[in-house]
Ligand binder design. Structure first.
Ligand SMILES: *Cc1c(COP(=O)(O)O)cnc(C)c1O
Length: 479
């Protein structure tokens, strides 16, 4: 369900007839259509334009281009909200937003200046200052002060565990696995409900992933099922703190200890989350983070690994840099990789870390406001929520609907009103490429979540009025 498809409800080709425009106006309810040649906007037709056309003796069979309004205002799609606000008026209630080719990509109204996205980055002034400094000083590659500074700052929020920056969250997982010596012949237990990078990294390491189900309350790995799938080949568990909700990590750590397994925490969605007041990622042998553009802290693309054990950290550092000996240039101790982060990305990362507390607080405020607004809705099965042990960082505020609600239909209704919502991840076992790794025969919990849940807009840019607006649209679409 792309945004374009919904925008289509407002688009009409210039060679169509007045009667087609009337139908479209009737269907989209807003009384306005944007007239396009391909996607290039050439005019606007409103209810009023049709009335005037009829008064001027045009008929229902006349072509739209003959009577459409060609004197309309449009704005570039990257216009600021202030610019959009200043351009709207009692006369101009809708403004098409266009790209450089003149193609319509969205439209603004008083209700929404633009479609509210599920997630967009929010960078500070210092991000540009620091990146500019990298460019001015030529420190644009993977050496430079920001790489070290970012790692140091990251380490500080994670009980001073040694932090290693890498190019993204997926290679962070891969590097964590191979640094712990996991590979061919080994098995790694992974939850059925996660972003696929978790399982992909296991497959890329040469090990075999073994999928088990998640819990209904946390949506995270169900520790009770670990023992059911353990074999002599099992080497590790990869719990994923999904959507920012911490796993029941005590239970997982104690099982891992008994069975002598490594634990690699996938914290890509959970920076800032805590279990019993301790940051997630500082329980396992290694933990990985992602700084992709839609994650809570972003560097555009980027990742980080923290290690409990200094030996594993050192090995990972060498593997990250082609496996090259730290003492002897161009001497390779391992068949390594280039998984380094650039100073440019790290510069953005440092600017983000300066705002770390505010960012996490804001994520929690967004979640509180949603939950306060939505708590009494009978169509909702479950809202994301802390339990007595957790400090949730609410990466994407994701809700579960009652089984009777048509989730996909709800998402298109929301999009139609300028609110982007997104279905949650598919259960891994439902995808042919992962089917073979199902460690259990059935996954009732993940099957239910994947069919009934969705993520609501969760950007740091959201203000209270926008959150209330999303809730208003959600309630209206559900009724
Ligand atoms: C985003 C994500 C990753 C991968 O991170 P990238 O930086 O996009 O490679 C891994 N695991 C989970 C759970 C994620 O959400």
């Amino acid at each position: 369900m792309s945004k374009i498809k919904i925008l289509d409800n407002f688009l009409i080709a210039s060679d169509k007839k007045m009667s087609d425009a009337m139908l479209k106006l009737n269907e989209n309810i807003r009384g306005i259509c944007f007239v396009v040649d391909d996607r290039k906007i050439v005019g606007i037709v409103t209810d009023g334009d049709i009335r005037r056309a009829i008064l001027n003796n045009f008929s229902k069979d006349d072509v739209i281009s003959e009577f459409m309004n060609k004197e309309f205002i449009s704005l570039p799609s990257d216009s600021t909200n202030n610019k959009i606000r200043d351009s709207l008026s009692s006369k101009i209630k809708y403004i098409p937003l266009i790209n450089k080719l003149g193609e319509i990509t969205d439209f603004a109204s008083y209700e929404n200046y633009r479609t509210i996205p599920v997630m967009e980055p929010k960078l500070s002034q210092n991000a540009s200052l620091y990146v500019q400094e990298c460019i001015d000083t030529n420190w644009i590659s993977s050496k430079g002060k920001y790489v070290t500074k970012f790692e140091d700052e990251f380490s500080k929020i994670n009980r001073n565990y040694k932090a290693l920056s890498v190019s993204n969250g997926t290679v962070a997982l891969h590097l964590a696995l191979i640094s712990l010596g996991i590979g061919k012949g080994d098995e790694v237990i992974v939850p059925n409900f996660t972003f696929a990078a978790s399982i992909n990294s296991i497959i890329h390491s040469g090990a075999t992933p073994i999928i088990i189900d998640v819990e209904p309350d946390t949506w995270c790995i169900n520790a009770k099922q670990i023992e059911k799938v353990v074999t002599p080949r099992t080497k590790a568990i990869m719990p994923v703190h999904l959507y920012g909700m911490p796993c029941k990590i005590d239970e997982i750590m104690s099982i891992a200890k008994t069975l002598n397994l490594f634990v690699i925490e996938d914290c890509a969605e959970a920076i800032g989350s805590k279990w019993k007041n301790t940051p997630v990622g500082t329980f396992g042998d290694a933990a990985t983070f992602s700084f992709f553009g839609n994650k809570t802290i972003t560097t555009g693309e980027g990742g980080m690994i923290i290690f409990k054990n200094d030996k594993n950290f050192k090995k990972a550092k060498i593997l990250r840099d082609h496996g090259m000996s730290s003492k002897k240039k161009y001497w390779h101790d391992y068949v390594g990789y280039n998984y380094r982060m650039t100073n440019l990305q790290a510069a953005v990362g440092v600017s983000q870390m300066e705002q770390f507390d505010q960012i996490i607080n804001k994520k929690r405020e967004i979640a509180y406001r949603y939950s306060e607004n939505l708590k009494d809705l009978s169509s909702i099965e479950k809202l994301p929520m802390d339990n007595e042990n957790t400090f949730h960082s609410y990466w994407l505020y994701s809700i579960q609907l009652k089984k009777t609600i048509d989730r996909d239909n709800l998402i298109s209704k929301l999009l139609n009103e300028g609110v982007e919502a997104r279905p949650v991840f598919y259960a891994l076992n439902e995808m042919p490429v992962y089917k073979a790794f199902a460690g259990l025969s059935d996954f009732p919990v993940s099957r239910n979540i994947t069919n009934t849940s969705l993520s609501l807009p969760s950007s740091l840019n959201l203000d209270e009025a926008q959150i209330d607006h999303v809730c208003f649209v959600l309630k209206k679409s559900l009724s």
